[in-house]
Design a protein around this ligand. Sequence first.
Ligand code: AMP
Length: 203
Amino acid sequence: MNKIRSICVYCGSSPGRDEVYIKAGHLLGHSIAKAGVRLVYGGGTKGIMGAVADGARRAGGKVTGIIPRFLMNREATESALTKLDEVIVTDNMHERKHLMFEKSDAFVALPGGIGTVEEIVEIMTWAQLGHHRKPIVFANVKGFWDPMLTLLDHMKTEGFVHTSHLVQPLVVDQPEAVVSAIMVAAGADSTPTEGVQSVIDKM
Ligand code: AMP
């Protein structure tokens, strides 16, 4: 049975320098929608965030945007938000992050900046503490996350990752392979997915 009904995507509110990042956002949004899975994201209309939502909407997918009130006119306009089929406006960042966590069955980090890193690292820390076993994926577009993976490896080598068996993020190079990687990790499908490797296997 498919246990994955919603996937949270964390990604940049900027487009990045290479158009491959925006393209990856569209592809991921599209494939989430085509799998009949709901996209949960930060509600923004700019950068890669906007591309993921656009990709999902154009493919007829369901999209939940969760945005704190103070970011509403910075990261999304009210008229753009009306295009989503669910919008949740929170009082602050903490509430937003908590709701994004609760409403999602898996988490993906596309390329992004400091906000994206903060969000995906928090999800990994909660996994490390045993708060959840939901799949976590680094969508490693153009090797974007290689420095982060090197850092994780370094922390493990130096003896600072105490419960690595609880934190096993997947690394998927192709955005269109992300959803099937999540399905396999969640035990929903036994088909092996190409281009997927566990970070822990590399460690
Ligand atoms: P960025 O990767 O910096 O472009 O940010 C991507 C998303 O993360 C944006 O929607 C930001 O609102 C959000 N964000 C920025 N800073 C934080 C933070 N400290 N905690 C959680 N989310 C954040």
